[in-house]
Design a binder for this molecule. Structure first.
Ligand code: DAH
Length: 332
């Protein structure tokens, strides 16, 4: 009987060893037929049962059944693991010989570039950069800028108020106040940043846009200094042939005040477009920050950066600047 049991042990371990090395379903099926199939090695042993002493047959039969169940179990397990491993078996997931993806290098957004260029032009004229918050209080956005409490510019419908006292700034002129609060005259600053107004969006308007604010405070500053600075800026930045003009206007924080206009192509048509406002700093603004208006004089300006970029780079529609369309972004 022990010879038969030895043979069963040998079959089990040999069959298990063979099973481990199998790589695909086809080999697996061959294994099944060879070991546990109807004509397999295990079934073949049945023929030798007649040589086993009748008393030993139950024990041998039991062992034979154990080996059969064990090998069938091992077969199912192997089949399952081969099935789940199939993608790997089909070839490596990572093909290191494949050509690398094209590497695209991004670029600075045209508005950021414009801001950098503007700061550079004004830096050459001696202006330094100042900053201020986008969420402002009424004092810096209105009161200190000589905009009285009943002024229509304070209308809640024309502003993005956050609570009763704070709003998204409508103009970078707020930074004039902050800069003067922080330092003594003389002063020469520019400040670039976002401003917000509930405006209808069209080719030249947006509810959010950028401004560059300038402030020059010294003794005996005159309108000539303002005009020279702005015209020099325009010709340095847009080229000597750029057509600009100053038109009389009104702003509460300057007296006298003017608008700066530039000829530009909007959707195929050349027309005058307002770039922003400017003027001589109103004495009330100086008083609000504790500067003596008898001693100090100054000019200020605030220009829209989107329109400057549109004129400089021939962009026909302000909305293109915010849509993040790669076809546009990679073309300017
Ligand atoms: N803050 C004004 C606006 O947004 C523009 C402006 C006008 C700025 C006159 C100035 C200025 O500094 O002096 O409409």
């Amino acid at each position: 009987m022990s010879a038969m049991l030895d043979q069963l042990d040998a079959i089990e371990s040999e069959a298990r060893g063979a099973l481990d090395g199998l790589a695909d379903a086809e080999a697996l099926e061959k294994w099944r037929l060879a070991w546990i199939g109807p004509k397999g090695r295990l079934k073949g042993l049945l023929g030798s049962m007649k040589d086993v002493a009748p008393a030993d047959r139950p024990a041998v039969g039991k062992r034979m059944n154990e080996v059969k169940v064990a090998l069938e179990g091992a077969f199912e397990q192997r089949k399952a693991s081969l099935g789940s491993a199939k993608p790997q078996a089909a070839g490596p997931m990572l093909d290191v010989t494949e050509p690398a993806l094209d590497h695209t290098i991004g670029r600075t957004h045209v508005l950021t570039r414009t801001i950098d260029e503007l700061i550079e032009v004004f830096a050459r004229m001696g202006f330094t950069v100042a900053t201020g918050p986008e969420v402002e209080d009424e004092h810096h956005n209105f009161t200190a800028l000589n905009i009285p409490p009943d002024h229509p510019a304070r209308d809640p419908l024309d502003n993005f108020f956050i609570d009763g006292k704070h709003l998204l700034r409508t103009q970078t002129s707020t930074v004039q106040i902050r800069a003067m609060e922080q330092s003594k005259p003389p002063l020469r600053i520019v400040s670039c940043g976002r401003v917000y107004r509930p405006d209808e969006v069209d080719a030249t308007h947006s509810f959010m846009f950028h401004q560059i604010e300038g402030l020059y405070v010294d003794r005996q500053v005159s309108m000539v200094d303002l005009k020279t600075t702005l015209l020099q800026f325009a010709h340095a930045y847009f080229g000597p042939e750029a057509e600009v003009k100053l038109v009389p206007s009104f702003f509460p924080f300057t007296e006298p005040s003017a608008e700066m206009h530039i000829k530009m192509n909007v959707r195929g048509q050349w027309r005058w477009v307002e770039l922003g406002g400017c003027g001589m700093v109103d004495p009330n603004v100086f008083k609000a920050v504790g500067y003596d208006p008898e001693e100090w004089t100054g000019f200020a300006f605030g220009l829209g950066i989107e329109r400057i970029a549109m004129r400089r780079y021939g962009i026909p529609d302000i909305r293109w600047l915010f849509e993040n369309d790669l076809r546009f972004l990679t073309s300017v």
